[in-house]
Design a protein around this ligand. Structure first.
Ligand SMILES: *Cc1c(COP(=O)(O)O)cnc(C)c1O
Length: 427
């Protein structure tokens, strides 16, 4: 028995499913989770001393690679000054200024502790600002695990094969309307039905929790005009795309303005941080200036802020990181696409920048329904093969791959070679 297997045996007795977040379970790929002991650069090492080239990057945060020396040093220095004060600190001002002066439409920002919290608070703010109750979300988009948003959500909810979570009273989701990703008319229909009741449309500007589904040309622009027309706010959930597609996230990449933006993942550089921000008039609704209550004992934690600030500053000062990362993504995902071609099996490769997903389906994947066409058994076979070769992908067909600045072309070429062998053998 490996150490990971032994740890898993202990874990399943005392932790539901043996993991603290469902996406870490290896159930859908028929494997035992690897327990990670350390990570550095593009690599993770498990409890048995096996090293893997990592394609999840902690689900996004490690855009510079694991254990980045500058981030590590900043954290150690911050730790020496005490872990939490429950009072305001200078670094919170620094990070808020950095974001507000470099991201369009963000004039004020509030720090929280996770993406879930960020989205939950942004929704509350939008409802407070508009005085309306309904929200529109898209099937297959994941916005964290708060009650109102666990409706046809993506990520682990998709792998679990449940449309909605148990334990969420109907009252909590009665104002949540579902639309079809990449289908503007489905949103228009909802607005026509409830012209004065929709507070906000929330969208992952690139859907990265049902695999990877980029927005069709005109989709985000269309949402912008519909929201403006009906007096609803447009919320970009940039928990994944924020500071990843570029420093200005999807707003900058697609040149579309959001009213509220939510962050997580990269903003904390691996520490538990989320944030929501937007126009001054909207953010002025938040307490203590406004009537929308939102608080947090550990929000803006000094250690977490130093981690996030250090990573964001590096990203801001080195825009070439994005140019190189996005070009590397194109090269890698197109190479993977080529590798599958030889097998003659059904697949579809979606990618944008450093994010990608190879779907085991012959159909183009543009929304939740088409994503669900993917053959998860075929994915599981591919996953197990690659894991055994030392490549650690997200253990589900519906998770994206995340490249970091630490992945080299040589390492990625190794993946392409392994993929060629795998698909050639299947052909
Ligand atoms: C991960 C994620 C969340 C939730 O963030 P947590 O930090 O896991 O709570 C919300 N929205 C999107 C788009 C995400 O990818």
């Amino acid at each position: 028995m490996t150490r990971s297997e032994a740890l898993f045996e202990r874990a399943i007795r005392v932790i539901p499913g043996g993991v603290n977040s469902p996406v870490r379970a290896f159930g859908s790929v028929g494997e035992t989770p690897r327990f990670i002991a350390a990570a550095d650069g593009a690599y993770m090492t498990d409890a048995d001393g096996i090293t893997y080239l990592d394609f999840i990057s902690s689900w996004g945060p490690m855009i510079l690679g694991h254990n980045h020396p500058a981030v590590r040093e900043a954290v150690i220095k911050a730790c020496e000054k005490g872990l939490s004060y429950g009072a305001a600190t200078e670094c919170e001002v620094d990070i808020a200024e950095l974001i507000c002066s470099n991201v369009r439409n963000i004039e004020m920002v509030r720090m929280v502790n996770s993406g879930t919290e960020a989205v939950m608070s942004a929704i509350r703010t939008a409802r407070g600002y508009t005085g309306r109750a309904k929200i529109v979300k898209f099937m297959g988009c994941y916005h964290g695990h708060s009650d109102a948003l666990l409706v046809q959500a993506g990520s682990g909810v998709m792998t679990a094969g449940i449309p909605d979570s148990a334990g969420v009273p109907a009252g909590c989701t009665k104002d949540t309307l579902s639309a079809v990703y990449n289908d503007l008319s489905s949103v228009e229909t909802l607005f026509e039905e409830f012209p004065e009741e929709i507070a906000a449309v929330i969208v992952e500007p690139v859907a990265a929790n049902m695999g990877l589904v980029p927005p069709k040309a005109g989709f985000l622009e269309g949402l912008r005009s519909l929201c403006t027309k009906y007096g609803a706010l447009l919320i970009f959930d940039e928990v994944i795309t924020g500071f990843r597609l570029g420093f200005e996230g999807a707003q900058g990449y697609f040149n579309v303005d959001a009213d509220l933006v939510t962050y997580g993942k990269i903003i904390g550089a691996g520490m538990p941080v989320g944030a929501y921000g937007g126009r001054r008039d909207v953010m002025s609704m938040v307490s203590p200036v406004g009537p929308v209550y939102q608080a947090g004992t550990l929000s803006g934690n000094p250690v977490a802020m130093q981690a996030g600030m250090t990573q964001l500053k590096i990203l801001k000062e080195h825009p070439e990181i994005y140019t190189e990362l996005n070009a590397k993504g194109d090269w890698f995902y197109e190479g993977l696409d080529e590798a599958v071609k030889v097998s003659g099996t059904g697949w579809h490769m979606n990618h944008i920048g450093s994010l990608g997903c190879m779907y085991f389906t012959g159909q183009p994947v543009v929304d939740y329904a088409s994503a669900k066409q993917a053959d998860t058994k075929e994915f599981a076979k591919w996953f197990r093969y690659m894991l055994q070769k030392g490549y650690y992908f997200g253990p589900s067909q519906f998770e994206a791959m995340f490249l970091s600045a630490a992945h080299t072309k040589e390492e990625l070429q190794g993946v392409l070679d392994a993929a060629k062998t795998y698909f050639a053998e299947r052909a």
